[in-house]
Design a protein around this ligand. Structure first.
Ligand SMILES: *Cc1c(COP(=O)(O)O)cnc(C)c1O
Length: 396
């Protein structure tokens, strides 16, 4: 059997390569931070990590994790409901709920699991899920696992959302689901309008805060802070793998009964190991840091404003952003790859995105700004973009 299957896979892989879609992974040999070492021995400035608050190599989080290794050991070897619940897990869940101003929270191994396990236990064929067309893959997969009727609206298009809500009036319960920040453009979901429509048409709302938590809102509480809707959104999901330290872990937070039901019925929670104690301990320390000071958010916001202004002044076409994501529009797929490669030679690590990750003809380089960047890093990045941009005729 395997001979035939091997031939099939080889052909498929070859066609992926032919189409120029084969993903090669660059190898980092240092810790994840602003200046990283790659396997060629070169040191480059990293502008493509989700390390928004620069905490991925935070001495404070490392210290908290090391202490927990000594007090709580390495792993839990169990799902939560059998014997995988530690005091650190419970404390972290309550810190998450405090941070977002919600009633309770439940941990998962990843936000992919949080989204995979949120719909199926709560809704069935009598209900409706209304989803933004640019929602993350894990939301799409989670919705697929649920029997609810599906509706889809174009990204942040409120006319289409209203039409979906009207069409879904026959269903018992309605849930509108959106990413908080859309990762390819950096735009924030218009949660004020979504909430108003949901209220008008008697629906609940879920926001995936993966790219917005820690980033959006003056104190980084996410889209509910930005739109003054703290405590009003029924379900929030998020990750500990981006701004919040960058290790691993996900969560769902929101109304008490919803979280209760997930603990009873959510399959990735019931049938998958609980996160290691050291991750929970570092998470607790991280949320404590967020309540002690707003320094990292302030620095991230000023870094982002600075970078976007400099890039625009240099003549680049930047998508309007309300997050730490800055899409430098190049439109041409090949150009995006060429430019990213040349930037790497200049010591700037960024990634070019093109179809099918973004629509055809809308290729871009996505720059992710971090509180871990210093002004000289940002200046170096802008200078490299300007040099290569001129070389390739992107700017004059
Ligand atoms: C990154 C991301 C996820 C997945 O988070 P993990 O914790 O890495 O699984 C889910 N949703 C969105 C919107 C994301 O950006």
């Amino acid at each position: 059997m395997y001979n035939d299957f091997q031939k099939h896979l080889t052909e498929e892989l070859h066609s992926i390569e032919e189409a120029g879609l084969y993903k090669n992974e660059r190898i980092i040999t240092s810790a994840q931070q602003a200046a990283i070492k790659v396997s060629t021995g070169k040191e480059v400035l990293n502008f493509c990590a989700n390390n928004y608050l620069g905490l991925a190599n935070s001495p404070e989080l490392i210290k908290a994790a090391k202490e927990a290794l000594d007090t709580h050991g390495y792993g839990m070897s169990s799902v939560r409901f059998i014997c995988g619940t530690g005091d650190l897990h419970k404390t972290l869940e309550s810190k998450i709920a405090q941070f977002f101003g919600t009633e309770d929270a439940i941990l998962y191994a990843a936000c992919f699991d949080a989204n995979g396990g949120v719909f199926e236990p709560l809704l069935d064929e009598k209900d409706a899920i209304i989803s933004d067309s640019l929602n993350h893959a894990s939301i799409i997969d989670g919705v697929r696992l649920c029997k609810a009727q599906r509706y889809r609206y174009a990204n942040a298009n409120m006319e289409e959302l209203e039409k979906c809500l009207q069409d879904a009036q026959a269903q018992r319960f309605r849930l509108v689901v959106t990413d908080g920040v859309f990762s390819m453009d950096g735009n924030v979901a218009p949660l004020d309008k979504i909430y108003a429509l949901a209220t008008k048409y008697n629906a609940m709302v879920m926001v995936d805060e993966s790219h917005s938590a820690g980033v959006v809102g003056r104190t980084g509480r996410g889209t509910t802070e930005q739109f003054n809707l703290r405590g009003k959104i029924e379900i929030l999901t998020g990750t500990l793998g981006k701004a919040f330290g960058g290790a691993v872990g996900g969560f769902t937070t929101g109304k008490k009964e919803i979280i209760d039901m997930l603990r009873q019925r959510s399959r990735p929670y019931l049938f998958s190991n609980s996160i290691p104690p050291m991750i929970a301990a570092a998470g607790i320390r991280m949320f404590d840091m967020m309540t002690e000071t707003n320094e990292l958010q302030d620095k991230l916001h000023s870094n982002t404003d600075y970078f976007v202004a400099k890039m625009k002044a240099a003549g680049f076409d930047i998508k309007p952003t309300q997050s730490a994501i800055c899409a430098v529009m190049l439109y041409d797929a090949k150009l995006s790859q060429q430019m990213a490669a040349k930037l790497l030679d200049e010591g700037i690590y960024v990634t070019g995105f093109y179809y099918p990750v973004v629509p055809k003809g809308l290729a871009r380089i996505r720059v992710q700004v971090s509180a871990g960047h210093e002004v000289e890093h940002l200046d170096k990045c802008v200078a490299a973009f300007t040099k290569i941009g001129k070389e390739l005729g992107v700017i004059k």
